[in-house]
Each structure stands twice: as structure tokens, then as C-alpha cells.
Write a protein that binds this ligand. Sequence first.
Ligand code: TRP
Length: 453
Amino acid sequence: MKRENKTSRESFSSSFGILVALAGSAVGLGNLWRFPYLVGENGGAAFILIYLAFVLLLGIPLLLSEFIIGRRSQASARQAFKILAPDGHWGFTGLLAVICCTLILSFYSVVGGWGIEYFVKAVKFDFTNASDETLSSMFSTFSSSTWAPLICHTVFLVVTAGIVVSGVKKGIESFSKIMMPVLFVIMTGIAIRSLTLPGGGAGVEYMFKPDWSEVTGKTFLAALGQAFFSLSLGSGMVITYGSYVKKHERILSLSVQTALADTAFALIAGCAIMPAVFAFGISPSEGPGLVFTTLPFIFGKLPMGGIIAILFFFALLLAALTSSISVMEVIIASAMEEFKLKRKTAVTAVFIGIWILGCLCSLSLGPMSGWKIMGKSVFDLFDYLSANVLMLIGGLLVVIFVSWKLGKKALHEELTNGGTLKIPDWVIDTIFFLIRFVAPTAILIIMIFQYVS
Ligand code: TRP
């Protein structure tokens, strides 16, 4: 029964198409908004080095594990586990991924909406004309108001749904193919401008000269969470995209390239933001408001700042969109297969559900801020539950599934495409060791540490 949709299954058209779609999903608000402020909160270079180690030791093995599940089953996150292990209760893992993506998309769309508002503000040169007081209260005034953020969230979600409804090749792949190179050019340009600011050197030193005295257990936690969030791990994204990948593609190099691209973008975003922060004497440990509060302030003072602001928020929007479409696709693919729906129907239904949840997230920062669940606003709760709970559990289950349930033979088969690619044994052994022992241990330690503290 599951076989019949294999022949008609959608797929990406080329290796480059797969890479830009995967990198498009990975590169998003996680790189442009979350990474710089975490670097600033966690003391700079030392955090970056720990982050890089996690990407290498856990990120790549996890990307690969999800890839294996997706490509081997040729099915959505929800169905993949049921197909590969029909006898157990593994189908639950897929359901968890779908729930996780539902929570993520709800608040991601709200933040994406903020991006729209800030892009419009940039186009109107609001940052260059505003006083310091207006700039410093601009973000909190906007994000806590009722209607404007709701309208922006709606627009962002409509655009996301519009791309996803066009399907994998015409929608997701074509959009990412054009937008990822554009994003790269814009961000590199802004980074060069920032690096050449007088006084910007201090920012570079902050990012690349480690001060180990600042490192604590929290630093490791933040770095692992960021690696998961930024690489879109543990939430079915790579399973879903992996199911659109043909049997002859090299999933090991695709995984490595995705991790490299995502890391490169994070470092470029850091180089765009940190030197400017230091050049203007702003504290790098500003927290989540760094991009939305500090940057407009900097743009207001920079020569040509008006233009740079437009480019920056345009880039932020593109990055957010290539990620939000991937989160939505996880839900859509699963809904289509589970309930045998047409793409259009699935997108419409999911749009309505996410729109309502997103409205709750947005309102919970303003008019509904008194309404708390477990001491958190809906926005914070969704963020916390997805990034700090569900993604970690999802990642843990994925590595256990691949290394213990599917086993080394399956890993070998998938890495070498059934024996047609030459990959040295030690490479496969190392990857298997990382997936089977290192990844689960590290995730468990961090999770326990987190819940205990
Ligand atoms: N990785 C994206 C970012 O950095 C966010 C993202 C896309 C995501 N798909 C995801 C996060 C799936 C978690 C799960 O912004």
C-alpha cells in the first residue's frame, strides 16, 4: 500500500537543488538572529569553538542519520519510521517531529513577520530619521502591539504557504536556488562593510580569540541547542527532504556540505554584526533583542546605513522564508501521506491551524501577556518546548533508531549507495561510533543537566 506512491513521489531535480534546499532550511533566523546574540551572551570565541565542535561531532552524524531514514523509506517523517520498523512503536517519533514543527512554525512565522515590519521600516528610512529614544523603544512598542504584528505574521505565513503549495521542485527548490546565492552576496557585502569600520577590529578579536575563563556548563548547553536549531535537526526536516532525494545522490557529502554552508553563514552573520556592535560601543550581550534593537540603531549611524538596513532585513526575510518553507513541508508531507490529501488541501488546513497558533504567540507578547502557561508566555513556551525539549528528544530517538534498529549494515549501504561508492572503512566506523555512542551520550547529558538546573 505504501509502494504505490513511490513512483509518483516528488523529488529534487539535481544535487545542487538538494544542497540549496537543505542549506536554505538550515540557514535562517538561527544564523542571523540567534547565533550572534548567543555569541555575545556566551563570551565570544570560546562559544564559537565549542559550537563548531558540536556541529562536527554531532551535527554531521545527525544530519546523516535523518538523511538515511528519509531516503531509505522515501516517506514523510510521520510514515518513515512505520515503514522502516513496522513492528515497533517507532511511528511515534514521526508524530513528535510533526508536533515539533507545528510549534516551531507558529512562533517562527511571528518572528518572520517582525522581519517584514523591519524591512518596511528600512525601506521608509525610519532608522536613519529616528531619535535614539524612538529607536530603543521601537522594537518593544511594535512587538507588544496587537494588530501590526498579527498582520505581518499573516503575510509571512501566506508567502510561506504560497511557496510550499507549488511543490518540491517548482516551489521549494526554485525559490532556494535563486535566493541562497542572493543571501550569500548580501551578507558577505554587509560583513565586509562591518569589518572595515574603524574600531571593528575589537569585534573580530572577540569572535576569534577565545577566552576560556568565561566557559561554564551553560555555554555547552547553549552551543548544543544552537547546533540543533541551526541545522534544523531532530524535527523531521532532513527526513522529509531526504525522501525527495534519489538513490544515486551522495548523502555523506551532502550532509557535510550542508553543515559547512550553515556554519559559514553563521560566521558571516557574526562578522556582519559583531564588529559593528563593538565599533559603536554597544554591549554584545544584549540578548535576543540584538538584531531588532541594536542593529537599527547602528544602521541609523552608519554612512549609507539606510541602504545597508534595507539589504540586511531583506536578507533576514529570505533566510527566514527558506527555513519556514522547510518546517511547513515536514507537516504538509506527513499530512498528505497520512490522510491521503492533495497538496493544496493539506496546505490550506495546515495554514489555518498554524495561523491561529501564531496569533496566540504574537498576542502573548502584548495584550495577552498576563496569560501564562507553566510560567511562560505562549511564545516562550513554544520556543522552549521545541528547541529545548522536542528537538533533543527527536535527535536522540533518531540516532538510536539508526544505530541500534537499522544497524551498521544499513549505514554502510546508504553511505556507499549499495556498494557503488568507495568510502574507507575507518570513515564509516567513525561515523557509526559517533551515531551509536557519542551523540546519544552527549544529548542525554545535556538534557539531564538542563532539567536538573
Ligand atoms: N534552522 C533554521 C534556522 O536556523 C530553523 C529551522 C528550519 C528549524 N527548520 C527547522 C528549526 C526545523 C528546527 C526544526 O533558522
